[in-house]
Design a protein around this ligand. Structure first.
Ligand SMILES: Nc1ncnc2c1ncn2[C@@H]1O[C@H](COP(=O)(O)OP(=O)(O)OP(=O)(O)O)[C@@H](O)[C@H]1O
Ligand SMILES: [Mg+2]
Length: 300
């Protein structure tokens, strides 16, 4: 069962008189209670997709459905706040340095609970224990905590109102390897305890392999391939996905430097297997059960 789906989502920005198609017809689905990975290099549109799901960007076209309700409509935006939360990459930037941890968490708690500060104290202390921090952290300021501890605070803040979906936008990228793997373990534990659905955004394919069940690969504002994690890792189909796997330890620089003609496969200028047909829009093809690719090499 899908908890969230997007249909033909389009978000364009104008940058120096150039139109950037940050999302160019994105369809994804998130299976309830599972972790879906979204991978792709810097600038491909991952954060834009997260922000659009959360209603921070208005799509020029397309819809976002939470269960069966279109949450891209203004009248349904309360559903977003109630059900969906986000954890960002940099916890230092996500928390106001002037506020104690208690004030930060109370602000989020107060949105749905009319509790006095004294009553909230014990609830918020318990939430901190869920993220394996001591309740005594409530009286501290962000600068008195480590990066890993601060990310746990951000996770606690996301948990407060018991959302059914949490978007994790590169939640471990600013942390060292050991701290990152502890956070990954914590996220898995919280998912098992509460049945939360995760959309996990990262360009770290090793982390995504560990944590996800379904993977979407994005390139230049489009999904190019998706499927069950095992199939996608065992048998990557799209030339871009293959490159992403090969280059897992290098910085990728394959974002289009030139505008391809509208409708063409955006990866066309870099693709070793490209032919003239790639100047047309690739159709979706199910190459093996539940494993889909948008590539002319497979639809011929
Ligand atoms: N508010 C904005 N105004 C103008 N352009 C934007 C805006 N937000 C994003 N963009 C552009 O949209 C494209 C996608 O950006 P986005 O932040 O979604 O990428 P990303 O995949 O999250 O990258 P990263 O891995 O570096 O976080 C980029 O070209 C970016 O410059
Ligand atoms: Mg991003």
């Amino acid at each position: 069962m899908n908890i969230l789906t997007t249909h033909n989502l389009k978000v364009y920005f104008s940058q120096h008189r150039r139109l950037v198609k940050a999302l160019d017809g994105v369809d994804i689905f998130l299976r309830e209670g599972l972790t879906t990975a979204l991978a792709g290099e810097s600038g491909c549109g991952k954060t834009t997709l997260a922000r659009t799901i959360l209603g921070f960007n208005s799509p020029r076209e397309g819809n976002v459905y939470f269960r069966n309700t279109d949450i891209s409509l203004k009248k349904n935006e309360a559903l977003i706040r109630k059900n969906i939360q986000i954890v960002f990459q940099n916890p230092f930037l996500s928390l106001d340095p002037r506020f104690t941890i208690f004030s930060t968490l109370y602000e989020a708690f107060h949105v749905f609970h009319d509790a006095k500060k004294r009553e909230a104290q014990s609830v918020l202390g318990q939430i901190l224990e869920e993220v394996e921090l001591k309740a005594s952290c409530l009286s501290r300021f962000p600068h008195q905590l480590s990066g890993g501890e601060l990310q746990r605070i951000c996770i606690a803040r996301a948990l407060i109102n018991r959302p059914s979906l949490i978007i994790l936008d590169e939640p471990t990228s600013s942390l060292d390897v050991t701290t990152a793997s502890k956070i990954i373990r914590l996220l898995a534990k919280l998912q098992a305890a509460h049945g939360i659905t995760y959309l996990f955004i990262s360009h770290n394919l090793k982390i995504l392999k560990k944590i996800s069940q379904v993977c979407f690969i994005m390139y230049a504002g489009k999904i190019v391939e998706y499927g069950p994690k095992e199939l996608l890792y065992h048998n990557p189909l799209h030339p871009y996905t293959r490159l992403l796997f090969e280059a897992a330890n290098h910085t990728l620089k394959f974002m289009p430097q030139e505008q391809v003609s509208p409708g063409a496969c955006a990866f066309f200028p870099y693709c070793k297997s490209a032919s003239d047909t790639c100047k047309d829009s690739p159709q979706k093809k199910e190459v093996e059960p539940r494993h889909f690719v948008y590539c002319h090499n497979f639809s011929r």
